[in-house]
Design a protein around this ligand. Structure first.
Ligand code: CA
Length: 229
């Protein structure tokens, strides 16, 4: 099921009806505007999670609406285009639309695209306060607690932030500079090797094999640590 609010800016009532029906069936809240200017005003007032935007619209066309939205927001936009609008289609993407669907389209396909775009543009897979469990490692951002193989691990705030960043995206490689960025607003340490010292401390306290070194780059959380029977 989908969650979130979707603004549909489209002037053809038949398309609006079917899109509305399919999106609501999937659990989305749907707002509708039938011309470009109304659509833009509703966008500003309602702040939807995604916009479905027709190219050919009365009063203000889809390209203008897209441009205006992009000036102030990175909200995902899915464009609707007619078959003979190839050029506009490409323009739409250059303007910063995230995807497009060509008319006539199946509502099911549109819903699938909407969900894919929402997944792709979601800021992070895990909510900031969600507890992360990776095999024997448990990181609880809300309580600022870490445990490894059932035993609590005591980390400094800086060590905790590094571990949390790594654990949120297992398998992703972070350079030392990226890790420095993550801790920067808290303490200025200014030198990449500082990260090595923090990582060393995390390993000493939580277990050698939870974080691996990517030579010449930085560090990553071991995905393999996940599968502990
Ligand atoms: Ca139209």
């Amino acid at each position: 099921m989908g969650t979130g609010r979707i603004l549909v800016i489209e002037d053809e009532p038949k398309i609006v009806d079917v899109v509305d029906l399919y999106l609501e069936r999937e659990g989305f809240e749907v707002l509708v505007a039938s011309d470009g200017r109304t659509g833009l005003r509703m966008f500003e007032e309602q702040r939807p999670d995604l916009v479905i935007l027709d190219l050919m619209l009365p009063v203000m066309d889809g390209l203008e609406v897209c441009r205006a939205i992009r000036k102030e927001s990175a909200v995902p936009i899915v464009m609707l285009t007619a078959r003979d609008e190839e050029i506009d289609k490409i323009l739409g993407l250059e303007l910063g639309a995230d995807d497009y669907v060509t008319k006539p389209f199946s509502p099911r396909e549109l819903v699938a695209r909407v969900k894919a775009v929402l997944r792709r543009t979601a800021p992070e897979a895990a909510a900031p306060s969600e507890r992360i469990v990776l095999g024997d490692l448990v990181v609880d951002p809300e309580r600022h607690e870490v445990s490894w193989r059932g035993a609590p691990v005591s980390l400094t705030p800086t060590e905790f932030r590094i571990l949390l960043a790594l654990a949120r995206q297992p398998g992703r490689v972070f350079s030392r500079l990226q890790l420095l960025d993550i801790i920067q607003d808290q303490t200025y340490e200014g030198y990449e090797r500082t990260i090595d010292a923090h990582i060393k401390n995390i390993r000493r306290k939580a277990g050698e094999d939870i974080i691996s070194t990517v030579r010449g780059v930085g560090y990553k959380m071991e995905v393999a640590a996940r599968a502990q029977p």
